[in-house]
Design a protein around this ligand. Structure first.
Ligand code: GDD
Ligand code: MG
Length: 350
C-alpha cells in the first residue's frame, strides 16, 4: 500500500508562517506536520510515500531525503507550475497500480486508515472520501450522500446560503488506480470541482467514510494555534506525548537553571537552554536550540527552532518562527514574529 501527499500548495492563508517553508513543514508540537502524518501511516504498516511538491520543494526534500532515516521510502514528483489537486494526483500516476491513499497535507486527524481501507473494499467504491462535520462548511468542500453512504453531490466552498450539509471533505481519500485514467493530463485540474463530479456523472461509486472524530485543517494561524491547544489539552493524540501522564516533555536533556520555573504542559526540543529566574509555561513549545534568557516569561506560546529570547523578554500567546531573536525586555502578546518582522519592528496580531 502506498500513500500520496499533496504538498504543493502555497499556504497563502498561513502566511507569514509559510514565508520560508511550505505548509506541511510547519511544526506541530515540535515536529513537521507532514512527519506527524507519516508517523500515523506507519502505525498502519504504510511505508511507501509519494510527495507531490511544487512550492519550496527543497525544504521538504532536505528534511526527509529518501525517507530511510524515518523508516520510509519516499519519492518526489515536482510540478513546474501548480497542477491543482487533481492534476497533481494524475502527475504521480506512474507510481500507482493498486489501491492507494491520497492526503491533503495540511490536516490533522485521527482516522483509522486500516479501517477506512476495509470500508472502501466493502463498499466496492472507486473512491472513498473521509468526511467530517464542521460548523462553517463554506471554507471547505461540502458533500451530500445517500442512505447507503455514497456521495451524490459536491459543492466546493459554497456561499453560506448554499450550504445544504455540514459534512465536508476531510481531505483523505482512497483511490482505485482506474480512476486516474479519467483525469486529464498536462493541465491544472481540481479533484474536488472536476474529477469527483465527473466520476459521479459516469456512474462511478464514491463512498463516504465517517470514522473521523478528531479533524483539523491547519490552513490559518488561528487553526494552527487550535492544533496546539488540542495537543496540550489531550484532544489531539500525539504518539510520544501525553500531558496527562507527564507535564514536561523534552527531546534531549535540557540545560535548565535551578532558579527557572517550568509550569506544564511544556514541550522542549533538543538542546534547549533556560536561564536563571525564567518562567516557562503553561502551554509552551520551545523548538531545537531554543535559548530563554534570564528572567524571561513565556506562556501560551509556540517557539520554532533556533529562537533566542534575550534577558527579560516576555511572551504571551505568540508564535515565533525559526531563527528569530527577541530583544531583551520586549513584551510581546497575541502576535506572530518572524526574523524579518522583528528586524522591521512589525508584528502581526493573531
Ligand atoms: N502538488 C500540488 N499542486 N499540491 C497542491 C496544489 C497543486 O497545484 N494545490 C493544492 N495542493 C495541496 C495543498 O498543499 C494541500 O495539501 C492540499 O492540496 C489541499 O489544498 P488547500 O489549498 O489546502 O485546499 P483547501 O483547504 O482550500 O480545500 C481542500 O481541503 C478541504 C479540507 O481541508 C479541499 O479538498 C476541500 O474540499 C476540503 O474540504
Ligand atoms: Mg487546506
Amino acid at each position: 500500500m502506498k500513500a500520496l501527499f499533496l504538498v504543493g500548495g502555497l499556504g497563502t492563508r498561513l502566511r507569514p508562517l509559510t514565508d520560508r517553508m511550505p505548509k506541511p513543514m510547519v511544526p506541530v508540537m515540535g515536529k513537521p506536520l507532514l512527519e506527524r502524518n507519516m508517523e500515523a501511516l506507519k502505525l498502519h504498516g504504510i511505508r511507501e510515500i509519494v510527495l507531490s511538491t511544487c512550492y519550496r520543494p527543497e525544504v521538504i526534500e532536505q528534511y526527509f531525503g529518501n525517507g530511510s532515516d524515518f523508516g520510509l521510502k519516499i519519492r518526489y514528483v515536482c510540478e513546474e507550475s501548480p497542477l491543482g489537486t487533481g492534476g497533481a494526483i494524475k502527475n504521480c500516476e506512474q507510481y500507482f497500480d493498486d489501491t492507494f491513499l491520497v492526503f491533503n497535507a495540511d490536516i490533522l486527524s485521527n482516522i483509522n486508515y486500516s479501517e477506512m481501507l476495509r470500508y472502501h473494499k466493502r463498499k466496492k467504491a472507486d473512491v472513498t472520501i473521509a468526511v467530517t462535520q464542521v460548523e462553517n462548511p463554506s471554507a471547505y468542500g461540502v458533500i451530500e450522500y445517500d442512505e447507503d453512504g455514497y456521495a451524490y453531490l459536491f459543492k466546493e466552498k459554497p456561499a453560506p446560503h448554499e450550504v445544504v450539509s455540514h459534512f465536508i471533505n476531510a481531505g483523505v481519500y482512497v483511490f482505485e488506480p482506474s480512476v486516474l485514467w479519467k483525469i486529464a493530463s498536462g493541465r491544472p485540474v481540481s479533484v474536488e470541482r472536476e474529477v469527483f463530479p465527473k466520476l459521479l456523472e459516469q456512474g462511478r461509486k464514491i463512498a463516504v467514510y465517517k470514522g473521523c472524530n478528531y479533524w483539523l485543517d491547519i490552513g490559518t494561524p488561528e487553526k494552527y494555534i487550535q492544533a496546539h491547544r488540542d495537543g496540550f489539552e489531550g484532544r489531539l493524540h500525539l504518539p510520544e506525548i501525553n500531558f496527562h501522564e507527564r507535564a514536561v516533555y523534552s527531546a534531549s536533556d535540557p540545560h535548565i537553571s535551578g532558579t527557572a520555573v517550568l509550569r506544564g504542559p511544556v514541550c522542549l526540543g533538543r538542546n534547549v537552554r533556560i536561564e536563571a529566574g525564567a518562567a516557562v509555561g503553561p502551554n509552551v513549545v520551545i523548538g531545537d536550540n531554543g535559548q530563554i534568557g534570564k528572567k524571561c516569561k513565556v506562556a501560551n506560546s509556540i517557539l520554532w527552532n533556533n529562537v533566542v529570547l534575550e534577558d527579560g523578554a516576555e511572551l504571551s500567546e505568540c508564535i515565533v518562527t525559526d531563527g528569530s531573536t527577541v530583544e531583551g525586555a520586549s513584551k510581546l502578546k497575541h502576535s506572530i514574529y518572524t526574523p524579518d518582522m522583528i528586524k522591521s519592528a512589525k508584528h502581526l496580531a493573531v
